[in-house]
Design a binder for this molecule. Structure first.
Ligand code: SF4
Length: 236
């Protein structure tokens, strides 16, 4: 986990890139300064503030077992967000979302859609790894999900793809017993944003035949984004 000092140094570097010589003086530090920068910088700054808050967060028991926090990454201007459940071993080691085997599959899906990871925003509902990859508890979700909701409010994507049951039920406020297989393939709404539930890449690693269903879902997402579906990748 980054130390507080390391985080502050990184934050100062970021402010320097924006043209500031030091810390904002008073009040709400980054937000007050954001009035002087363009919208892109303002969003980036807000996402940086969330990342710094997550890195220091001890709101739930997962803070005591994590190696790194995994706040999420990608473009603050993303039209598309992918939201998973929680970091696994590889994500906890690297502090980045979806970097293990399931992450490679998600990257393949994004590439097959004609985009790069940097074009979208990838995050999880839970920002620290639950031990042994157990399901996150209700209280952990309720403590951690405000970070994700703030990220969505800042980015305001056109479409959110929820990967698996926990992210879907958290975003849509559904009971946790719903089945993703009954929801996928249909758009739902969160604050006016279209939400497409689909299978988690980790599930697809165990159920290859359902990759076709996910690709069908992604074609609907591409249509909603006004982007063509690459024909050559139809078998993904
Ligand atoms: S899981 Fe979320 S709420 Fe819990 S310590 Fe990590 S960042 Fe904080």
């Amino acid at each position: 986990m980054r130390t507080h000092i390391e985080s502050l140094v990184e934050y100062m570097k970021y402010l320097k890139e924006l043209g500031y010589d030091g810390f904002p003086l008073a009040g709400t530090p980054a937000k007050a300064q954001a009035e002087d920068v363009d919208m892109y910088d303002s969003r980036q700054l807000s996402l940086t503030n969330i990342r710094l808050a997550v890195e220091q967060c001890t709101k739930c028991r997962l803070s005591s077992t994590r190696t790194h926090t995994v706040p999420g990454e990608g473009s603050c201007n993303a039209g598309l967000m992918f939201i998973g459940e929680a970091p696994g071993y590889d994500e906890d080691q690297q502090g980045r979302p979806f970097v293990g085997r399931a992450g490679k599959l998600l990257t393949d899906i994004i590439n097959a859609m004609g985009m790069q990871r940097e074009d979208v925003f990838i995050a999880n509902v839970i920002k620290c790894r639950p031990p042994e990859n157990r399901d996150p508890s209700d209280d952990e979700i309720s403590e951690c999900s405000p970070y994700l909701f703030n990220q969505i409010d800042i980015i305001k994507p056109k479409v959110i793809v929820t990967l698996g049951r926990h992210s879907t039920t958290t975003i849509l406020g559904l009971h946790t017993t719903v089945k993703i297989s009954e929801l996928r393939g249909n758009f739902f709404h969160y604050k006016g944003i279209k939400v497409m539930p689909t299978f988690h890449p980790a599930y697809l690693l165990r159920n290859e035949k359902d990759k076709r269903l996910v690709w069908n879902d992604m074609k609907l997402v591409l249509k909603e984004l006004g982007r063509p579906a690459p024909e050559s990748r139809n078998k993904k």
